[in-house]
Design a protein around this ligand. Structure first.
Ligand SMILES: [Zn+2]
Length: 153
């Protein structure tokens, strides 16, 4: 599938070692446009939107931040650990500014399941509908997120 030159540029910036050591695509061989469209279709199938996911992830990040790297119980349902290291990263889409290197680990108290994401990851979902490439360490599967975060249609 053809993609516009902006996405070509963004895709280049997502490769390993450009913005971050591991990049954003994992071993995913699809073009960026295909990754975006597949996740868009999946969200439609699930009946939820990127904003709902991003808002919930942001809420957990904000609630866990005061713990400064220790676990914080949130909403009686999650244990959240938020750590920020020095430095900032630019979004792969040009012109979106810099993001703190904030890593978030969230554990469901009832099932023990965990997800990990970053402050940048929340932005990528909210603004770009991007969940990273398959095989990327920070890849988030929309269907899993919906269940894990208890997001209602
Ligand atoms: Zn951006």
């Amino acid at each position: 599938m053809k993609q516009d030159p902006l996405l070509d540029l963004v895709e280049k910036r997502m490769q390993t070692g450009i913005i971050s050591r591991d990049g954003f695509l994992g071993g995913d061989k699809r073009r960026l446009i295909e990754i975006l469209m597949a996740d868009e279709a999946e969200m439609n199938r699930l009946g939820i939107d990127h904003q709902q996911i991003a808002e919930t992830l942001q809420h957990l990040l904000d609630a866990g931040k005061p713990g400064l790297g220790t676990e914080v119980e949130v909403d009686g349902k999650f244990l959240v650990n938020v750590e920020t290291v020095r430095g900032k990263l630019p979004c792969p889409w040009p012109g979106d500014g810099l993001f703190p290197k904030t890593n978030v680990r969230v554990k469901r108290i009832d099932t023990g399941e965990e997800i990990v994401y970053t402050a940048m990851g929340v932005h990528l979902i909210r603004k770009h509908g991007f969940y990273e490439g398959k095989g990327s360490y920070f890849r988030l599967e929309p269907a899993k997120l919906k269940e894990f975060l208890d997001i209602q249609e």
